[in-house]
Write a new protein. Structure first.
Length: 255
C-alpha cells in the first residue's frame, strides 16, 4: 500500500455555492476521499482539504495559493481533485499548475474522473489528454454562448448576470421591467448630478440616507458613475450592445 500524503482540492464557482448537486464541495471531497482510500493514500486532515469558491481562471484564488504554498513546504505528496477543471479552466493554466507549481515541489496530481495521476509517465500523458478534450469542450460551449448572446442582443434583450439598477427580469427572458424602489434611487442620482453634485458626494448622500447598491453594499463613486453611464437606457433611448450588435431596450425611468 502507498504511504503518500494526500491533499484534496475542491472548487465551485461563486454562482454554484449552496447547491447540493454532484459537483458540490462536499460531494467532491467525498469522491476524492474514496480515491485516496482506493490508492492507499493517507487520508487528508481538515487542514489538507482546500475548499475554493472562486473562478478557476483566477490564479490568485486564496485556497489555491494556500495549497501551492503547502506543497512547497512539503506538507503532502499528491493533490487529489475530482476533475482537471477544478484545478484550472484551460489547458495552458493546468500545465502551469502541474509543471510550474506542483512538480518542482515533488507533488503529483491525481484525478477522480479518469483515475489517472502524474506520478507515472502514462498517467501524465492521459491527464494531458483529459485536459485537452476538456478545453476543447469549453471552447465549443463558449462559442454557442456567444452566438446566443448576439441573438438576444440583436433583439434588444439584456444579456448579463444581474439586471441594471432600476430593473429586474420579467417573465420573458432578457426583458427588463422597472423596479420602482430602485428607480427612485436612479432618479435621485441624476437629479443630484444635474444640480452639479459630484459622484463622490452623491455616493455619500445615498449612504447617509441608508440606501444600498444593487448588491446590497454601500455606495461608492464608481457605482454612481456606472449608473450615470446608463443615461440612454434610463431615458428609454436604448444602449448600444457593442460587438453583439443591436440596442439594449428597457422602459424609461427618467423623463
Amino acid at each position: 500500500m502507498s504511504s503518500l500524503r494526500a491533499a484534496i482540492y475542491t472548487r465551485v464557482s461563486t454562482t454554484d455555492q449552496g447547491t447540493d448537486d454532484k459537483g458540490s464541495l462536499e460531494n467532491q471531497e467525498t469522491r476524492c476521499r474514496k480515491l485516496c482510500e482506493a490508492k492507499g493514500y493517507a487520508q487528508p486532515t481538515v487542514d489538507d482539504v482546500f475548499r475554493e469558491t472562486r473562478s478557476g481562471m483566477d490564479s490568485e484564488r486564496p485556497e489555491y495559493r494556500r495549497m501551492i504554498e503547502a506543497a512547497k513546504d512539503g506538507a503532502y505528496d499528491v493533490v487529489v481533485a475530482l476533475d482537471t477543471d477544478r484545478l484550472a479552466r484551460d489547458f495552458r493554466s493546468l500545465m502551469k499548475v502541474i509543471y510550474d507549481e506542483l512538480n518542482p515541489a515533488g507533488v503529483a496530481v491525481a484525478v477522480v474522473n479518469g483515475g489517472v495521476d502524474t506520478s507515472s509517465d502514462g498517467g501524465q500523458f492521459v491527464l494531458n489528454m483529459f485536459a485537452l478534450f476538456g478545453d476543447y469542450d469549453r471552447k465549443k460551449i463558449l462559442k454557442r454562448t456567444t452566438a446566443g448572446k448576439k441573438h438576444a442582443s440583436s433583439q434588444g434583450k439584456y444579456w448579463g448576470g444581474q439586471a441594471p439598477l432600476g430593473y429586474a427580469f420579467g417573465d420573458d427572458a432578457g426583458v427588463l421591467v422597472v423596479v420602482e424602489s430602485e428607480a427612485r434611487v436612479v432618479r435621485t442620482i441624476f437629479r443630484l448630478s444635474d444640480e452639479g453634485v459630484s459622484a463622490g458626494h452623491i455616493a455619500g448622500m445615498l449612504n447617509q440616507d441608508g440606501e444600498v447598491t444593487k448588491k446590497g453594499k454601500p455606495w461608492r463613486q464608481a457605482h454612481v458613475l456606472a449608473a450615470l453611464n446608463l443615461a440612454p437606457l434610463y431615458r428609454g433611448d436604448g444602449k448600444d450592445n457593442g460587438k453583439a450588435g443591436g440596442k439594449l431596450q428597457a422602459p424609461a425611468i427618467l423623463e
